[in-house]
Design a protein around this ligand. Structure first.
Ligand code: SF4
Length: 355
């Protein structure tokens, strides 16, 4: 029997090559690309402008879609968390977050994560594997299929499981497909890639011309503190990270976002805010403060509202644009830092930590 190729994850050029290898003109590749990514169809039978004979041949040789939907949970605040099965049995999660009349789709880029940030449940899973471009794109397509009448996805963020820049090639390929005018056509200014700060890949991303927004999970204003919270800081200390960000080619009127999870008694003191303000001085940026989402597997607490507001005030008075981000989907563990797939979650609950 012929081994079928899955088309989800192929770039336009790869799809054109695929049809050419089957004796078809390259414009058929563009049609396929548009049907799969732009219109989100899952069967060749629906591709009404392709000849029936071609549709039959394609169905014999190829498939569309690499993820199987396994579950969907809806939070009291309307956040929806989706569980998907990969073809090798691994599981990943993606989240749809309602936000001022539109939805933000939060996608995963890896199964687990190697970077072991101290407050993150995905980090506790350890690294299992990178996702392929098709597995990243297919999350967005699956979420689009689940939209209700009148709903639309306004923003895409790569803030789910994994560090997107650790999986650089697949991530950039997936984003190029998602931003392609013949595909889902998400404008790059509506896409945000969030990283803990892999410096060489930040430089590469800047040179890629992709033009997506960059968010950096900072969480500390000094190396001493950041080494503890974000271990990758030992490899790429703040001096190196900030130097790369200061020359990052930001499109006009855009800012780098810094994510800062506030942890009670760890990085939420007034002096921490002042260190942060010093570090960010002169940079076109904004800061999102995220009071920690508590979970039994993580030995940290959420600060008081008063602490959070004091921290915000200090940054504001230093002239920094700063917002406090409300946690979404807490009751279904869909909030930032709480994504870990069921199997691993069970292991976490029973052992308290993962080896
Ligand atoms: S915060 Fe991001 S980079 Fe850090 S462990 Fe979690 S998923 Fe990985």
């Amino acid at each position: 029997m012929l081994n079928k190729i899955d088309l989800t994850g192929l770039s336009l050029e790869e799809m054109e090559r695929f049809v050419a290898d089957h004796g078809e003109p390259t414009y058929r590749g563009r049609q396929l690309f548009h049907w799969i990514y732009g219109r989100g169809v899952r069967t060749f039978a629906e591709m009404s402008d392709l000849p029936v004979t071609l549709r039959t041949r394609l169905a014999e040789r190829a498939t569309i879609g690499v993820l199987a939907p396994l579950g969907r949970e809806v939070s009291g605040d309307g956040t929806r968390k989706y569980l998907f099965g990969c073809t090798d049995g691994r599981q990943i999660e993606a989240v749809l977050i309602p936000d001022e009349g539109r939805l933000t789709a939060c996608l995963s880029t890896q199964v687990g994560c190697a970077l072991a940030c101290a407050f993150c449940l995905t980090g506790k899973m350890g690294f299992i594997r990178h996702l392929q471009a098709g597995e990243i794109v297919d999350q967005a397509l699956a979420l689009q299929r689940d939209l209700q009448p009148g709903e639309r996805i306004g923003n895409l963020v790569l803030m789910g499981m994994g560090e997107p820049l650790h999986n650089y090639d697949a991530t950039v390929k997936a984003l190029s497909i998602l931003a392609h005018p013949l595909g889902p056509a998400y404008p790059p200014r509506r896409i945000t890639l969030s990283t803990v700060g892999l410096v060489p890949e930040i430089v590469r991303l800047g040179q890629s011309g992709l033009g997506v927004n960059l968010a950096v999970s900072l969480h500390a204003g000094t190396d001493e503190l950041r080494d503890r919270l974000v271990p990758i800081n030992r490899r790429y200390p703040l001096k190196e990270l900030m130097a790369a960000l200061r020359v990052y080619p930001l499109p006009p009127r855009r800012r780098i976002t810094f994510e800062y999870v506030l942890i009670d008694g760890v990085n939420d003191r007034s002096e921490d805010a002042r260190e942060l303000a010093r570090l960010l001085r002169g940079l076109r940026c904004k800061v999102n403060l995220l009071p920690l989402n508590e979970t039994p597997a993580i030995p940290f607490r959420r600060p008081s509202q008063e602490r959070v507001e004091t921290f915000q005030r200090i940054l504001k008075s230093a002239g920094i644009l700063v917002t406090i981000r409300e946690s979404r989907g807490l009751d279904i563990s869909a909030a930032c830092g709480l994504l870990a797939t069921e199997t691993n979650q069970k292991r976490l609950d029973s052992t308290g930590c993962l080896t």
